[in-house]
Design a binder for this molecule. Structure first.
Ligand SMILES: [Zn+2]
Length: 207
C-alpha cells in the first residue's frame, strides 16, 4: 500500500491546486503502462529524493456486461471490455488520520485518437474525459472537480473559524461580533491564558 498525504496535500491551508502533484495519462501511454494486469506505482519524492507520497496502481479489465447476464447474449456476440485503473493509497494527515483508499478510475479510448493520445481518464466526479487527475480531498479528480471541492472545503473551514472566533470573543467578555475591537484581558484571567486565546482568535479569523 502506498502512502499518500504525509502532509503533502492534506494541509487544509492550501487554496490552490497548482502546486499539487497530479498525474497524466499521456505519461502512462508513453511508458506502455496501460496493459490489462499491469501493476506499477507513482512516487513523488522530496528535494532530497526521499519518497514523499506514492500511489499503487493496477490496470484491470472489466466487462461492460454483468457476469450473470453474459449467458443471455446471442452466441458469438462479442462484448467489449473496458479498462480501469485501480488506485490504492492512504489519504489524510499522517499519522493520526490516515485512511486507506481504493478508487477505480475508468479509462476511455477515443476510436480516432492519434497514437499515444487516445487514452483518457473518466473523471468519477463529472464523467468527463480528461488527461490529468489532481488530488482533491481524499480522491483524484479532474481539475474542475478539484476546484469545486477546494472551494467548499475552504468555506467549511471559514465557517468553523467564525464560530470559534465568536466563542473566544465572548470568553473574553465581548459581544462576539466580528467588527468589535478585541476585548481587553478580563480581570482575573492569566496573561498566558489571554495570550493563548489571542493566538487562537487570530488563527480562527484567518481568511
Ligand atoms: Zn471531474
Amino acid at each position: 500500500m502506498g502512502g499518500f498525504g504525509s502532509g503533502r496535500y492534506a494541509a487544509s491551508s492550501r487554496d490552490t491546486i497548482e502546486d499539487l502533484p497530479f498525474f497524466g495519462i499521456k505519461d502512462w501511454v508513453a511508458k506502455g503502462l496501460i496493459r490489462p494486469g499491469n501493476a506499477f506505482d507513482l512516487i513523488w519524492a522530496d528535494e532530497d529524493g526521499h519518497p514523499e507520497a506514492s500511489i499503487d496502481i493496477r490496470i484491470e479489465k472489466v466487462s461492460s456486461v454483468h457476469p450473470a447476464l453474459v449467458g443471455l447474449l446471442p452466441a458469438g456476440s462479442s462484448v467489449p471490455d473496458h479498462l480501469q485503473a485501480v488506485l490504492e493509497y492512504s489519504a489524510g494527515r499522517a499519522p493520526d488520520d490516515v485512511r486507506p483508499i481504493t478508487d477505480a478510475i475508468a479509462l476511455a479510448q477515443s476510436p480516432r485518437g492519434f497514437a499515444g493520445q487516445s487514452w483518457r481518464f473518466c473523471c468519477p466526479g463529472c464523467a468527463r474525459r480528461v488527461a490529468d487527475l489532481y488530488p482533491g480531498g481524499d480522491f483524484f479528480r479532474c481539475r474542475k472537480c478539484c476546484g469545486l471541492l477546494y472551494r467548499s472545503q475552504r468555506e467549511t473551514r471559514q465557517a468553523r473559524g467564525l464560530k470559534k472566533s465568536v466563542r473566544i470573543r465572548q470568553q473574553l467578555g465581548g459581544t462576539g461580533e466580528y467588527g468589535e475591537p478585541v476585548p481587553e484581558r478580563p480581570k482575573g484571567m492569566h496573561w498566558r491564558t489571554y495570550q493563548r486565546l489571542l493566538e487562537q482568535l487570530a488563527e480562527a479569523e484567518r481568511p
